[in-house]
Design a protein around this ligand. Structure first.
Ligand code: GLA
Ligand code: ZN
Length: 671
C-alpha cells in the first residue's frame, strides 16, 4: 500500500510557508534551488494560509499559490496541499466571534494563536467548506499535488452553546432516556440526578468536574466532534476528486481524542514526532517514539507518514538541544524502521518573526546550504534514495500484539484511585513495548474494539486493561483457548465501558482464564519500593502493587516485602490450548526484558537479529532489511549472523559491525 499513489516514493521535505515570504521573491526562487540540493521531493503548502488565501470575506486570492505550486512543480517537487482551517483570519473572528472556542471555564477565547475554532459553529463550517471547495477545484488536478493535509494537529474542545447542544444530542443517542444517563453516570451520588436534559452541561472546573463516567463521555464526544469536522473537510475536497487521498497530522499519544476512532475519517495516517534528544537517556526516548510509530502504523494497519520532525532543535522545550552528529540520520531512520514512507520536517525555512522564528528549520536565517543542519538533511535525502527498494516493503507480519486503548486511558485517569496524579498508563505500555522492541520483534497495536481477529498473533499483551469494552473478555478467552499466550497486569477488568464498576470477582469474566482474582490495589510513593522474587531472581517493584489470590494459576513470583510478602505477584495459568500470565505489580525494565526474552524464545517468535545486542543498540526489521540503530553516545560493536551489506554505505561487513555514537546502518544479507 502506498500513502501517496500519485508519487509512490519516500517523501522527503516538510512544511513550506512561502506565504510569509511573498515580499522576498528572490527567497522564493532560491528555495527551489536549495530544495533540489537537499534532495527534497515534497513539501506541505498552505497550512495556516487562510488570511492570505481569503484576505477579505468571500474574496479569494490564489495567484500567489498558483505561482508557488507551479514553481515547485517546475523544480520537480511535489505538493502536500493543506486546508487552512488550523487558524482563522482576523476578519472572521471580528465579524463572527462564535467561531472562537469557549473554554473549560465557559469563557470565550479572543482572536489569536491557532487551533482554536469551534467545531460546531455553522459559520466556521460554512467558511471552511467554501475555501476547501475552491482549493480542490483549483488544485486537485494539478500534477504536483499528491495528498490533502487537512487542517493541522486537531486538538481541544469547545463548550459554546452550540457544542453543549451537540453534547446533549450525543448523550441522547448514546443513552436514549435520561434515566439511563442517570444510571450510568451514577447520579444518585451527591444528589446529582438530572430531571431535564437541559440541565446536562459539559464537565468543567466551575461546574461538574468529578464524575468519571461523564468525563469519559465528554472525551468520546470530543472525538466524535473532531471526526465529524475532519469528515466534512474530507468529503468537501474529495467531492471534486475522490482519488486524491486525505491525511490529518496526529500527535504523540495525544490525550484529547481516540485516534483509532479518528483514523477512520482519513485515508492515510500521518503524525508529527518531536523526541527530546540529549536530555535524558536517548535509548529510552527512542523507544517511546518507536512505540508511537508502531501505533500509528497500526491505526489503519498500513504504512504511515512522518509529517513533521525537526531537522535540528525545537523551541518549546524548557531546554532545547541541537542534534549531535549522527543523530539526524539516526532519528530519521527510526520511523522508517517501523514502517513510515516519509521523513518530513517542520519547517523548510526559518521565519524572520513570529512564535517559531528560532525553531529549527532546514534553511536558517543565513539562507545558505553551508550549515551542519543542511548537510544532515541532505544526507537523509541521499539515504532515502538508497533505500528506495524498501519503499513499498512493509514490516513482516507481527506475531506480538499489544492493546492500547484511548478510552481505557481516559477511564484510568478519571477514576480517581491509586496514584491519583498519574497511574501512568502510557509509561507502562511503553515499558512493556520497550522490552519487546529491544528484542527486535515486530509489534502491532490494537484497541479493544479493533482487535477482532487475534488468531494471527502468538502473544497478546494487555497492560492495565482497567476498562473492558468491545467484548474484549470473550476475544481474549478465545485467543488463549485456541493456544495463544496472554499477558495481563494489575487493574485488569475492573470496570465496563458503560462507566460502572464490574460487580463480582475481577478481572471481569477472565478469572478462570487467568486462574487468579484480584483483591486490593496498593500504591506506593516514589520513595517506597517492594520486590518481586521469581526463581533465583529479585526485581524491584515501584508504584503499583495489586494484591491477588491464585485460584488455579501457578505462582511464578511472589512479593518480597510488606504484610503481603510471600503472596502471588507473577502467575501463569494453563487454559485451553494456551496460557495466561498475570503480573500484579509494576516492575523495572530489567525484569520485563528478562521475562519477555524467555517468552519470545519459548514461542520462537522471529527477531530482527538473533544475537545479543549491546546497551543502547536496537535492531528492527522492515522489508527483510535490518535497521541497526545505536542510541548510545559511544561506539558499539555488534556481532552479525553472517555477511551483511549496509545499504547506506554499500559496504559489506563480515562477522561484526562497528557503529559510531548515534550510528545507523541498514543491513541485508550479502552473498
Ligand atoms: C507542531 C505544528 C507545527 C509547529 C511545530 C513546532 O507540530 O504542527 O506547526 O508548530 O509543532 O515543533
Ligand atoms: Zn463550540
Amino acid at each position: 500500500m502506498n500513502c501517496t499513489p500519485r508519487f509512490p516514493a519516500f517523501l522527503h521535505g516538510g512544511d513550506y510557508n512561502p506565504d510569509q515570504w511573498l515580499e522576498y521573491p528572490e527567497v522564493l526562487e532560491e528555495d527551489i534551488r536549495l530544495m533540489q540540493k537537499a534532495k527534497v521531493n515534497a513539501v506541505s503548502v498552505g497550512i495556516f494560509s487562510w488570511a492570505k488565501l481569503e484576505p477579505e470575506e468571500g474574496k479569494y486570492d490564489f495567484a500567489w499559490l498558483d505561482a508557488v505550486i507551479d514553481r515547485l512543480w517546475a523544480g520537480g517537487i511535489h505538493v502536500v496541499l493543506a486546508t487552512p482551517s488550523g487558524a482563522r483570519p482576523a476578519w472572521m473572528a471580528q465579524k463572527y466571534p462564535e467561531v472562537l472556542r469557549v473554554g473549560e471555564d465557559f469563557r470565550q477565547a479572543h482572536f489569536g494563536n491557532r487551533h482554536n475554532h469551534c467545531p460546531s459553529s455553522p459559520v466556521f463550517r460554512e467558511k471552511t467548506r467554501a475555501i476547501d471547495r475552491a482549493l480542490a477545484e483549483r488544485y486537485a488536478g494539478h500534477p504536483a499535488v499528491i495528498l490533502w493535509h487537512i487542517s493541522n494537529e486537531f486538538s481541544g474542545d469547545c463548550r459554546c452553546p452550540a457544542c453543549q447542544e451537540n453534547f446533549r444530542r450525543f448523550l441522547q443517542k448514546r443513552y436514549g432516556l435520561l434515566e439511563e444517563l442517570n444510571r450510568h453516570w451514577w447520579t444518585g451520588f451527591w444528589s446529582m440526578t438530572y430531571t431535564d436534559w437541559a440541565q446536562v452541561e459539559p464537565p468543567s472546573s466551575i461546574g461538574q468536574g468529578a464524575n468519571p463516567a461523564m468525563w469519559v463521555d465528554w472525551r468520546r464526544f470530543s472525538t466524535a466532534q473532531c471526526k465529524d469536522f475532519l469528515a466534512m473537510e474530507k468529503e468537501t475536497v474529495q467531492a471534486v476528486d475522490p482519488s486524491l487521498p486525505v491525511t490529518a497530522n496526529l500527535m504523540h499519544l495525544f490525550w484529547d481524542y481516540d485516534y483509532f476512532d479518528l483514523a477512520e475519517a482519513m485515508d492515510v495516517v500521518s503524525w508529527d514526532a518531536y523526541p527530546s534528544w540529549h536530555i535524558g537517556d536517548d535509548y529510552l526516548e527512542a523507544s517511546q517514539f518507536a512505540m508511537t510509530h508502531d501505533l500509528m502504523r497500526s491505526l489503519k494497519d498500513q504504512p504511515f507518514l512522518l509529517m513533521e520532525s525537526t531537522p535540528s532543535l525545537v523551541n518549546w522545550q524548557a531546554v532545547n538541544r541541537v542534534k549531535k552528529p549522527g543523530m539526524h540520520l539516526l532519528s530519521s531512520m527510526l520511523p522508517l524502521a517501523q514502517g513510515a514512507q516519509s521523513v518530513m520536517y517542520f519547517q523548510w525555512r526559518k521565519g524572520r518573526g513570529g512564535a517559531e522564528m528560532f525553531h529549527g528549520a532546514v534553511v536558517g536565517h543565513d539562507g545558505t546550504a553551508d550549515t551542519r543542519t543542511f548537510r544532515d538533511v541532505t544526507r537523509v535525502g541521499e539515504a532515502l534514495e538508497k533505500l528506495a527498494p524498501l519503499y513499498d516493503s512493509p514490516k513482516a507480519p507481527a506475531k506480538v500484539c499489544m492493546l492500547y486503548d484511548w478510552q481505557n486511558k481516559w477511564a484510568i485517569h478519571y477514576a480517581q484511585m491509586g496514584r491519583r496524579e498519574n497511574m501512568d498508563y502510557d509509561g507502562t505500555v511503553i515499558s512493556h513495548y520497550r522490552a519487546l522492541w529491544k528484542l527486535g520483534v515486530n509489534i502491532d497495536f490494537r484497541d479493544m474494539r479493533e482487535c477482532t481477529d487475534l488468531s494471527q498473533y502468538q502473544l497478546v499483551i494487555a497492560p492495565m486493561l482497567f476498562m473492558t469494552r468491545g467484548g474484549i473478555e470473550e476475544k481474549l478467552r478465545r485467543f488463549v483457548e485456541q493456544g495463544g499466550t496472554l499477558v495481563m497486569t494489575y487493574l485488569a477488568g475492573t470496570m465496563g465501558e458503560d462507566g460502572l464498576a464490574h460487580l463480582g470477582r475481577t478481572p471481569h469474566s477472565l478469572t478462570d482464564v487467568l486462574g487468579i482474582h484480584t483483591e486490593e490495589l496498593d500504591t506506593l510513593t516514589d520513595a517506597q519500593h517492594n520486590s518481586l522474587r521469581w526463581g533465583q531472581r529479585v526485581s524491584r517493584i515501584s508504584q503499583v502493587c495489586e494484591l491477588i489470590r491464585a485460584d488455579t494459576a501457578e505462582v511464578v513470583g511472589t512479593y518480597g516485602e510488606d504484610f503481603y510478602a510471600g503472596t502471588p505477584c507473577l502467575t501463569r495459568n494453563h487454559f485451553g490450548a494456551g496460557e495466561a500470565w498475570y503480573l500484579a505489580a509494576r516492575t523495572e525494565d530489567g525484569m520485563l526484558a528478562a521475562w519477555y526474552g524467555e517468552l519470545i524464545r519459548a514461542l520462537k517468535i522471529p527477531r530482527a537479529l538473533p544475537t545479543e545486542l549491546p546497551d543502547g543498540v536496537v535492531a528492527q526489521e522492515r522489508g527483510g532489511a535490518v535497521f541497526l540503530q545505536n542510541y548510545a553516545p559511544e561506539r558499539r560493536i555488534v556481532a552479525l549472523p553472517g555477511r551483511m551489506r549496509d545499504l547506506l554505505t554499500d559496504t559489506v561487513a563480515e562477522k561484526e559491525i562497528c557503529l559510531p555514537a548515534y550510528g545507523v546502518c541498514v543491513l541485508t544479507a550479502a552473498e
